[in-house]
Design a protein. Structure first.
Length: 228
């Protein structure tokens, strides 16, 4: 009798799970966007400014109900910061720095709760944690040296140095945002959203320096809906 009861419960649970999955809305697609990247923190230099970087990835959305869903992504995300152009003068030698920036690239995995509203064109809000893994970091820019007193020093050149050792390999933070869904066919949607990614972990590989990624993301994507 006990074996029969356990068997019956397992059959009911399995049938319920299969029915739930069959009725769930699942979609997958791709996205591309632009990051307005910067850093925050108590040790952020005054010369730091926002820098535009690219982002792209794949998305998967699992519908729990008509309103709520879970959104998971795997993205290649450009982060970092720019440095305002500046000039240094020392003993008759002038150094001009232009377009200096730290160009960092992360593999980011956000796991987001998503609430959707509306009928035809839909609107959504999303929030959740993201996990980032540093793939590369470059310090880039241009500089020129000019001097009337020492004309032999006059020169201009570019900097493109590996800076990965200056950063921690892991980044963790919170993503919040919202956007819209535009139906193209019964199975195909175009999406657009704006997000703010607020880093919690220290990205500097130096306990005495506190810096956090701070990124505004503007994205567009195409998704295909299963079980429509």
């Amino acid at each position: 009798m006990k074996r029969l009861t356990i068997k019956t419960i397992l059959i009911v649970v399995l049938a319920f799970g299969m029915t739930t999955f069959a009725n769930a809305q699942f979609s997958i697609g791709g996205k591309i966007g632009m990051n307005l990247a910067n850093v925050s923190g108590s040790d952020k230099p005054d010369e730091v400014k926002m820098k535009m970087r690219m982002a792209y990835g794949i998305v998967a959305n699992y519908g729990i109900s008509d309103m709520f869903s879970l959104l998971g992504e795997v993205n290649i995300s450009g982060k970092g910061f720019g440095i305002k152009d500046y000039t240094e003068t020392n003993e008759g030698v002038r150094l001009d720095y232009e377009n200096m920036r730290s160009a960092n690239t992360y593999l980011t995995i956000p796991i987001l709760a998503k609430a959707t509203f509306g009928n035809s064109t839909k609107f959504f809000a999303l929030a959740g944690p993201y996990f980032g893994f540093l793939m590369s970091a470059k310090f880039k820019g241009d500089y020129s040296i000019s001097s009337d007193m020492y004309p032999e020093l006059n020169d201009s050149n570019s900097v493109n140095e590996d800076a990965k050792d200056a950063y921690n390999g892991f980044d963790f933070g919170l993503t919040v945002g919202g956007g819209a869904i535009f139906p193209i066919t019964d199975a195909l949607d175009i999406t657009a959203d704006v997000r703010y990614n607020m880093g919690f972990s220290n990205i500097a590989d130096d306990d005495d320096t506190k810096l956090h990624n701070s990124v505004i993301g503007i994205n567009a994507g195409v998704v295909y809906k299963f079980n429509k």
